[in-house]
Design a protein around this ligand. Sequence first.
Ligand code: UD1
Ligand code: UDP
Length: 383
Amino acid sequence: MKLVTIIGARPQIIKAAALSRAIRNHYADQIQEVIVHTGQHYDDNMSQVFFDELQIPRPDYNLHVGSASHGVQTARMTEGVEALLIKEQPDFIVLYGDTNSTLAGAVAAAKIHVPIVHIEAGLRSFNKSMPEEINRIVCDHCSTLLFSPTKAGFENLKREGFPIDNEPPYTIDNPKVFHCGDIMYDNSLHFANIAEEKTDIIQRLELADKPFILATIHRDSNTDHSERLCAIFEALIRLSKDCHVVLPLHPRTSKLLKINLNEELQKQIFNNPSISLIPPVSFLEMIALERHAQLVMTDSGGVQKEAYFFKKPCIILRPETEWVEIVETGNAILADADKNHIMQAWQHFKDNPPTMFPEIFGDGHAAKFMLERMLENFSRKVL
Ligand code: UD1
Ligand code: UDP
């Protein structure tokens, strides 16, 4: 059985590590994986570092599309992916999440009748001003096998009319939805101890005996709007008087800080001994930081979940989240880009640190479950 995996943005490269590892460990003689990197993320610390650290096979192809407007970037990727699918003739394509690389893969594959497997299917923010919401809806509705990491994702698909008790053969017109746990949880469990052994970021940033908040910000809805970005950074400055803040900066945010943050805030951020403003870190460094942090503050989808995996409270810098369960259990608070809400959420978690983190994201073996379903559905070709 031959599959083509599309990766492009940082979280997809990280997720692909779990599937590639499960192929290597369990199905090396049955599954051939061809990895296509669209080149959406290209800085070493947004791409190469993960291949080196997480033992992901080198991509067989890199389309080197780089950064551009949504239309241009997606069009370049679609063209490149289509050509490679025609050349490679896989049994199916694997797409992760909701980026422009996901959308391009979905459009390219569906139009030339290559079945799609969507990992992280069914998530919805119900906010179509997010580019990701458009990408995930299109991808889900072009897919043959849909793997939802959560019960809420499964229910969303049911509500959108996906059949639930249908029988094989599964096709784009008779798609199959599975609720199967989260592939990122597989990774966090697998790499948690390795991260402790192999990284020294806690020592390097002198955090061993210092409580700290780990923050990340990269959503366009925050970075591209001066008012929102200023509100978040005002809150960070206020928080840093109470607790050290570590902020690995996404390149999008680094660029826009200088444009959308007023001069006074820039001064207070860049020369603040209580805020460690650092370049993007590797995955092992990131999970070491998550493990040691007192609290996580983020607009990232992946980082919200990892906070939960490591039993840390999370302040979500968005008005809504796809990971509704972590809010419902009281372990995360939606504070949006609102200074007062952020401060209130911080105070709430300081007074009431959460202790119960029920198992929402499966058992850490999601990748193996998914590969079994793929083999059942697609193994026809002899390698
Ligand atoms: C993308 C995804 C988003 C995901 C995020 C993960 C889309 C629409 N968005 O957002 O869903 O949460 O990745 O990190 O697909 N840049 C660099 N170097 C890089 C990559 C990007 O400098 O290696 C800068 C460029 O200025 C670029 C900007 O970051 O214009 C945004 O990059 P892009 O890939 O378009 O979107 P992200 O914000 O990274
Ligand atoms: N991450 C990382 N280094 C960083 C910031 C994040 O390795 O400096 C990892 C993080 O642990 C998670 C993933 O990147 O696994 C999340 O990606 P990101 O926040 O870029 O995107 P999202 O999940 O919001 O799509």
